[in-house]
Ligand binder design. Sequence first.
Ligand code: HEM
Length: 241
Amino acid sequence: MASSVDDMALATRTDKRPSMTRTLWDSTVGKKTVMAVSGLIMLSYLVVHMMGNLKIFFGAGQFNAYAHWLRTIGEPFLHYEWALWLIRVVLVAAVVGHAVSAYQLSRRDIKARPSGYVHKRARASYATRTMRWGGIILALFIVWHILDLTTGTVHSGFRPGHPYQNVVDTFSTWYGNVIYIVAMAALALHIQHGFWSAAQTLGVGNATRDRVLKTLANVLAVVLFAGFVSVPVAVMTEVVS
Ligand code: HEM
């Protein structure tokens, strides 16, 4: 009898114990890990996306064929657009995971900050503020960009299946250029600091590797900025038309 009462008490205690995933998610290091891993997933996508965009320099035929190929990856094993949808699901999960953990970490940071620590706050918050504002700008940009070049909702004269013409149209307007170039600058700053932070969270950094990691973060930021911005610049200068 005594043992069954003990068993029940143990079972109740065990039921209430949070799962490992829950404990990890609730911890600051868990949320930072989610930010680092989701950030690296998005970064990989951006490197591939930027390289794909450069196909615009090979003409409409090559660029449109590349966009079509994106929809037929894995055929005939996979159906039309299945691989693309898989990529989209992974990207949405990464964006949501990144944004939710960023929001929760910043709430924690604000709550934990001792009042009256004016200097510490001013010094510590420059990078943090840049990251927060950069993140918000990028989230708004991604929504605009999808409505502009994927669904065509905000793009007058959008032609489905003709991304070359759609891209040229976008960069033939002054506001198209402003939106994209500002977003690319925000992206470069975000990657420069974010890549470095991710390396620290994942424990890759140490005294000797830190310089290499910082250089790598700078190189990634510059290459992505230059690669992406080369497209609007090429349209503005009529290298691509
Ligand atoms: C000058 C810079 C850029 C150009 C010219 C460009 C071009 C394009 C084009 C043409 C598409 C539609 C592809 C298609 O439907 O075949 C697209 C989709 C997309 N781009 Fe960009 N892009 C640029 C920058 C970016 C940046 C910086 C990001 C992220 C921060 C981004 C994220 C995306 C996403 C998420 C999609 C939707 C993919 C999908 O679901 O089909 N792009 N881009």
